[in-house]
Design a protein around this ligand. Structure first.
Ligand code: IPD
Length: 285
């Protein structure tokens, strides 16, 4: 790509920091006004006026700076496909349920895909003031200066029994979806190959983008979810890959996959397996 990714990254970071301020201020206003919960797809998939306002703000900034780039955003999505064109893929508020409840795992997620590959990602949590960013070929960072991963976890891990694993319930709670998810949770927590042992623990933070960034830092070793959308994973995918982690979609495509996200993976939404370990027993989980 002949795009100046570092210049675009500096721009995207500015936009994310401003969006973060809107999110924080928006939450304070909602709480002060005693706002209720707006429902989107169902009772556990919320959208607020703040999501919409933040997306409108990001869209406006992006269009005036990069009018030729395509745009896919959670709140205005109408079935667009991810083409080869440079495409911003944006979630104004990832972790909307957390946002509504005042649980501080909330982030704005700004990704850019070129030829379907995420080449730039910014994920900013205004409540913790954690800024995760990466541009393809330039590494991944926390708050611009701490190179990811920074935890010093061995990679690959020797065994799943050493892993801290992130999962999510997602918004689809009917059967057979719930049983399938529970089965995967159970398998990850106590895989048969562990011989009666189990992983260190499981975590469920409520934001796909932040789960992804936690894998990039080394804070999580694995993150698994089914049902995510491209805007949940685009930015974090670039951050994980730049931090040396790997991303996998459907099990049947595992063998041919190079561990990098692409358009097909982002649109598939069926089986998301993100991890920073490549232990042999992890392959079979
Ligand atoms: C959701 C969150 C949640 C995940 C869902 C996402 P939203 O995004 O990331 O953790 O389980 O799959 O859709 O709706 O808060 O932007």
């Amino acid at each position: 790509t002949d795009l100046n990714l570092q210049a675009i990254l500096a721009f995207a970071i500015d936009v994310a920091l401003e969006a973060g301020k809107m999110i924080k201020d928006g939450q304070a206003k909602r709480f002060a006004a005693g706002a209720g919960m707006d429902e989107k797809a169902n009772a556990v998939d919320f959208v607020t006026e703040v999501d919409k306002a933040v997306e409108a703000f990001i869209t406006e900034r992006i269009h005036s700076q990069y009018p030729e780039f395509k745009f896919i955003g959670e709140e205005t999505y109408d079935g667009q496909q991810i083409t080869d064109e440079p495409t911003w893929i944006v979630d104004p508020i990832d972790g909307t349920t957390n946002f509504i409840h005042g649980y501080p795992m909330v982030a704005t997620s700004i990704g850019l895909a070129v030829k379907g590959i995420p080449v730039l990602g910014v994920v900013y949590n205004p409540f913790t003031d954690y800024l995760y960013s990466a541009a393809k070929g330039h590494g991944a960072y926390l708050n611009r200066t701490t190179k990811l991963p920074f935890t010093g976890r061995p990679m690959p891990l020797e065994s799943l029994s050493q892993a801290l694993i992130g999962v999510e319930y997602g918004s689809k709670r009917e059967e057979p979806s719930m049983s399938r998810k529970s089965k995967v949770f159970h398998t990850l927590a106590a895989h048969p190959s562990l011989g009666g042992k189990h992983c260190h623990s499981m975590r469920l933070c409520g934001s796909a983008a932040l789960n992804g960034c936690l894998v990039a830092t080394g804070g999580l070793d694995i993150y698994w979810e089914i049902g995510c959308w491209p805007w949940d994973v685009c930015a974090a995918s670039c951050i994980i890959t730049e931090a040396g982690g790997a991303i996998f979609g459907s099990k049947d495509k595992m063998d041919s996959w190079n561990g990098e996200a692409n358009a097909e993976f982002m649109m598939e939404r069926k089986y998301l397996f993100v991890r920073a370990i490549s232990a042999a027993e992890g392959e079979s989980a």
